[in-house]
Design a protein around this ligand. Structure first.
Ligand code: F6P
Length: 536
């Protein structure tokens, strides 16, 4: 968090109500009890949750569900969707139990649930309940493809895609948030509960929950960046979004800059009273604790899985099939999204081969990725742009049976992705803007051999932690090409030293530490005041 005095004075637009207790920082609990121990584990998180949760039930709410069911030829199957959400929250739920409420977007979902729209997950070893919410095609268009992904997504990412704000999408967004509130309240059923909402699809939910049942503890994690005031204020309904989010007791972002941006918007748009020194925003004399929680991965699990015989077999298969023997291999793994800087990366590889022709025929870059939000024009345009850039680079440099870039826009199995991470001499994450970027942390976690180079955009949240990566601006093609060359030529001692340091950062700041810090702030840093319950 910025603690500059100018910023503090500027934010300090009201008096802190005396009836409220300043929010407690969780540093004491986290440091005192556990930071001295080597790493956070599932088991430690489980113990912490059991100690803190008392009679409260944990309810996670998100748009995307952690297990999507498909129906092919009468057979039900399931898969975990791509992206950081499931990676981060599923381990937490597996340890804590409780209920996850999400939109049922899979073709087979209706067949998988019981009469109350619930199913126990993970399907192979159930430990918590998934409750699905059904949305009509029209609702999905207005709420998910419309307001969330053509309004808020480009608004929050500096990728120079203009956000579009349609009144009808906004109306649908509001009504879908109301529908989620109805379902969550049904799940809570007047009992003590802590509701942990995810992301930008459900910004209005916390206020709706608080109004209906003030006893619910409300927390939210915003998985994407929060833009500056100058950008945020172009949203026609920004005041309502802010007010919805300030129905949270706790609001988390990845990094301090996003917290500062949020607090500035609340102060300047709503006139909320912001107490920078406590990370508190008061709206209607009710506090919201706004803090950074840099999200992470399950370091131990990724590291272990990466060593498995299945991954080793897959490495052999891929090396033979893709003729990777003796090649220097680069890797990109992304959801195909315009924020990820994929065309910029391809251009930089082209420039690298132009500038350093000695690597023609010696370097192969594998770009894996899963298609995403393809109903939206900007994503279709991105797909065409990627094809053009690929044709350009492969067209100029490919010879015999060697191509510089192999594009695999498929939903690849986890074992294949794990094998690719191990094969890759270097991994490129070139986001134009990204809240965190877990691909970077997954690459580091998977390199138990303590080798490999990460080339990373400074516009990711991960760049503030992974300072031993090769940090390069994806817009600066010339420097980007040089950074690729640096990764390719980096001597073993340096690669090893950097990777060891990055691994210790990710090992220490793993997903369980993230969850523990959030959980303690949620359960201890909140008001827990008892207010009259109003029917919803
Ligand atoms: O990164 C933000 C995010 O919403 C993640 O939480 C999620 O995993 C990812 O984008 C994927 O988005 P979608 O659910 O639209 O496919």
């Amino acid at each position: 968090m910025s603690d500059g005095s100018l910023l503090r004075c500027w934010f300090f637009s009201g008096k802190k109500p005396e009836t409220e207790t300043p929010a407690r920082s969780n540093e004491g609990v986290i440091r005192g009890r556990v930071m001295g121990e080597p790493t956070w584990t599932r088991e430690k998180l489980r113990r912490l949750v059991h100690r803190e949760i008392g009679d409260y039930r944990l309810i996670v709410v998100s748009n995307r569900q952690p297990y999507v069911h498909d129906l092919v030829g009468g057979e039900l199957s399931y898969a975990s969707p791509a992206g950081g959400l499931t990676t981060a929250i599923d381990p937490l739920m597996q340890e804590c139990g409780g209920t996850w409420v999400a939109f049922g977007g899979g073709k087979g979902d209706l067949y998988a649930v019981d009469e109350k729209n619930r199913i126990q997950v993970p399907p192979d070893d159930p430990s918590y309940t998934l409750r699905l919410v059904w949305l009509t095609e029209e609702e999905q268009q207005g709420y998910y493809y419309g307001f969330s992904n053509q309004g808020l997504w480009p608004l929050c990412h500096n990728a120079f895609i203009e956000p579009t704000f349609q009144t009808s999408d906004w109306e649908t967004y509001k009504s879908v948030n109301n529908e989620f509130a109805r379902q969550v309240l049904d799940e809570v059923d007047g009992r003590p509960a802590a509701v942990f909402t995810q992301d930008y699809h459900l910004a209005l939910l916390p206020r709706l929950l608080r109004e209906a049942d003030p006893n619910i503890i409300t927390g939210q994690f915003w998985h994407i960046p929060w833009p500056t005031y100058e950008i945020f204020r172009i949203c026609p309904w920004g005041d309502q979004l802010l007010d919805g989010l300030l129905g949270n007791d706790l609001l988390g972002f990845h990094i301090g800059d996003h917290c500062d941006n949020f607090m500035e918007a609340a102060s300047r748009i709503l006139g909320s009273s912001v107490h920078d020194e406590y990370n508190l925003v008061y709206q209607n004399e009710e506090p919201t604790l706004v803090r950074p929680f840099p999200i992470s991965v399950d370091f131990e699990q990724i590291s272990q899985e990466s060593r498995s015989p299945e991954v080793t077999e897959e490495i052999d298969r891929l090396t033979e099939e893709m003729k990777l023997g003796g090649m220097i291999v680069g890797l990109g793994i992304d959801r195909i999204d315009y924020t990820k800087g994929i065309p910029h990366r391809i251009r930089a590889i082209g420039r690298f081969l132009e500038k350093y022709p000695e690597y023609i025929g010696k370097v192969v870059f594998i770009q894996a990725g899963v298609m995403s939000r393809t109903d939206i024009d900007a994503y279709q345009r991105l797909s065409d742009q990627i094809d053009q850039e690929l044709n350009n680079v492969n067209g100029r440099f490919a010879h015999d049976d060697w191509r510089p870039i192999v594009y695999l826009p498929d939903d690849l199995p986890a074992v294949t992705l794990a094998a690719l991470r191990r094969i890759a001499n270097f991994c490129v994450v070139s986001s134009l803007h990204d809240g965190m970027n877990l691909v970077a942390k997954e690459y580091v976690a998977s390199r138990f051999d303590e080798d490999g180079v990460l080339v990373l955009s400074p516009f990711t949240g991960a760049a503030s932690e992974l300072t031993d990566s090769v940090i390069v601006n994806p817009y600066a093609t010339e420097k980007f090409a040089d950074a690729i060359c640096e990764a390719v030529e980096m001597p073993y001692e340096e690669r090893h030293g950097r990777m060891v340091r990055m691994r210790s950062v990710v090992e220490e700041n793993n997903i369980y530490l993230w969850a523990a810090r959030l959980f303690v702030d949620l359960m201890q840093g909140t008001r827990r005041s008892r207010r009259p319950v109003r029917s919803f």
